[in-house]
Ligand binder design. Structure first.
Ligand SMILES: *[C@@H]1O[C@H](CO)[C@@H](O)[C@H](O)[C@H]1NC(C)=O
Ligand SMILES: *[C@@H]1O[C@H](CO)[C@@H](O)[C@H](O)[C@H]1NC(C)=O
Ligand SMILES: *[C@@H]1O[C@H](CO)[C@@H](O)[C@H](O)[C@H]1NC(C)=O
Ligand SMILES: *[C@@H]1O[C@H](CO)[C@@H](O)[C@H](O)[C@H]1NC(C)=O
Ligand SMILES: *[C@@H]1O[C@H](CO)[C@@H](O)[C@H](O)[C@H]1NC(C)=O
Ligand SMILES: *[C@@H]1O[C@H](CO)[C@@H](O)[C@H](O)[C@H]1NC(C)=O
Ligand SMILES: *[C@@H]1O[C@H](CO)[C@@H](O)[C@H](O)[C@H]1NC(C)=O
Length: 458
């Protein structure tokens, strides 16, 4: 009896001993799902780590390199904390078999580059933390496989160029924060940044860089400022640029936009906005609100509208019962008429700062008859009637040769399945567009969250 108990107990005991020996290196603390070996003078990842941890903390050590397969036995690893080491390079396959990683903190290390192979295979990674390194270069495809990425921190490095083009809606659908603040970026590749997904633009931190003041740089920020992105609002004073690239001549460009007045930035800037905001389609009789939101942030602005039918409209000269100008610059057209169509130009004037900016809105007022024809129901009804007429025509008219040869009427029913191609609705492009927009008041389509709404280039 006793011997048989021993037979069972000994291997179990041995096993337990061996397990605990292998699991927790003496310099580490091990809990149910976490192994912490921080501040223990490690120069490399301990060889015999338990396989259970979900979180491994090896921060505040002396590691300078990550060898291949450093974590390959930690099959459940999700969080890896390696901040405050001396890591300057990662071997090929450093994260081999660690594809479950979701959180990787390599901040406050000595990385000088982010190479293409560094994060290969980490397709589940959600947060990549690389701030406070010495990174000067991020290789073009370094982030390409990180399709779950939500947040990437690159601040406090020496980055001069970033591969913005590698960040796309399809490759990084969840990315909402890209922190490139406190780097050495002098010029932004305007086309690439403009093409970034809307959510990335909204979460793009670029303050405290070394931008050279110029109009294209400013116009991009002007856009984001207009949309009141927190990335700008929270760091208004840290957004600086250097005049002629001279760091001694640094200005806070979100505060002092006057510099950019000179370089006709408003022209360069307002164009894409203008195009975006320009189309307001309403049907006759509706009330129209035209906003005059501009880059000027002062609360003490006066507004002047130039309207196609009434000429200049200001708060003091408005004597028109069909239009009103609100203190916030919004112009209201009551019961719009076709004659009210045209280009409306608003100028916001900050008298104290002697600043002007303008905004242009192209208003098109449609006749109500056109509008009513556009409803799906009418279209359907019209098509049914047309088909009936065709059938009557085909079956009740005696067949003459010319009629039998003409296949024309057969084409018509096809159109009934596509309301947009409706044979009854007006067929010009403009009026088709009005199909889409007929219920939309959209005065500010650009303030949508989704998508990079820079639809039109300068
Ligand atoms: C690591 O992954 C490779 C394939 O990528 C596989 O062949 C190998 O068995 C894995 N090793 C471990 C320890 O899981
Ligand atoms: C700006 O960046 C420099 C390094 O480029 C850094 O030393 C400084 O602390 C940063 N300032 C702020 C306010 O972030
Ligand atoms: C703006 O233009 C004026 C005259 O064209 C020039 O004297 C002035 O230096 C310019 N200001 C800046 C900030 O470039
Ligand atoms: C301006 O004020 C009017 C009336 O109070 C309001 O309807 C409109 O939405 C306001 N516009 C903006 C951009 O706040
Ligand atoms: C529109 O303007 C024209 C001349 O500009 C005028 O003859 C016509 O009566 C106006 N129509 C309306 C509905 O105000
Ligand atoms: C602003 O516009 C007014 C009239 O539209 C013009 O007289 C003035 O010079 C402009 N101010 C600036 C700073 O452009
Ligand atoms: C305004 O829109 C109409 C039709 O939508 C177009 O014909 C006209 O050229 C536009 N005007 C301007 C100044 O863009």
């Amino acid at each position: 009896m006793i011997s048989s108990l021993n037979l069972i107990a000994v291997p179990v005991l041995l096993c337990l001993l061996r397990h605990s020996e292998e699991t927790c290196p003496s310099i580490c603390f091990c809990t149910s799902d976490t192994v912490s070996c921080s501040s223990s003078g490690l120069t490399k990842i301990p060889k015999s780590l338990p396989s259970f941890p979900i979180t491994l903390d090896v921060s505040h050590n002396q590691m300078s390199w990550l060898g291949p397969g450093s974590f390959s036995k930690l099959s459940r690893l999700e969080n890896l904390w390696m901040a405050h080491n001396q890591i300057s390079d990662l071997a090929y396959g450093a994260f081999q078999n660690a594809s479950g990683l979701r959180y990787l903190d390599l901040s406050s290390n000595k990385l000088q580059r982010v190479e293409q192979h560094y994060f290969q295979g980490l397709w589940r990674l959600e947060e990549l933390i690389l701030f406070n390194n010495k990174i000067a270069q991020v290789e073009a495809s370094a982030l390409i496989g990180l399709s779950s990425l939500k947040k990437a921190y690159f601040s406090l490095n020496l980055i001069t160029q970033f591969p913005f083009f590698s960040i796309q809606d399809r490759s990084h659908p969840f990315l909402t924060m890209l922190d490139l603040s406190s780097n050495r970026i002098t010029n932004l590749p305007w086309q690439d940044v403009k093409a970034l997904p809307g959510l990335v633009q909204r979460g793009l931190y670029l303050h405290n860089n070394s931008f050279i003041c110029d109009c294209s740089m400013y116009s991009m920020f002007w856009h984001w400022d207009l949309r009141e992105y927190d990335t700008l609002k929270d760091f208004t004073d840290e957004h600086t640029c250097n005049i002629n690239g001279d760091p001694r001549a640094s200005i806070r460009f979100l505060r002092h936009s006057r510099f950019f007045n000179n370089c006709t930035v408003e022209r360069a800037v307002s164009l894409p906005v203008t195009v975006l905001l320009s189309r307001v389609l309403v049907s006759e009789g509706q009330n129209v609100h035209l906003d005059c939101q501009t880059s000027l942030s002062s609360t003490n602005l006066s507004f002047i509208w130039l309207s196609p039918s009434q000429g200049y409209i200001t708060q003091s000269n408005i004597d028109n019962t069909l239009m009103s100008l609100f203190a916030n610059g919004t112009l209201e057209i009551q019961a719009a008429k076709v004659n009210d169509s045209g280009l409306y130009v608003c100028t916001a004037v900050d008298i104290k700062e002697a600043l002007n900016t303008t905004r242009e809105i192209n208003v098109t007022v449609l006749l109500p008859e056109e509008e009513s024809f556009n409803t799906g129901y009418t279209t359907l009804l019209g098509c049914v009637v047309t088909m009936v007429l065709i059938l009557i025509y085909l079956y009740l008219t005696p067949c003459r040769c010319s009629c039998c040869k003409q296949p024309v009427p057969l084409v018509i029913p096809i159109a009934t399945y596509e309301p947009e191609n409706s044979i009854l609705s007006p067929s010009t492009q403009d009026q088709q567009k009005s199909n889409y927009n007929k219920h939309v008041a959209f005065l500010q389509p650009m303030l949508n969250e989704q998508g990079p709404e820079w639809a039109h280039d300068i």
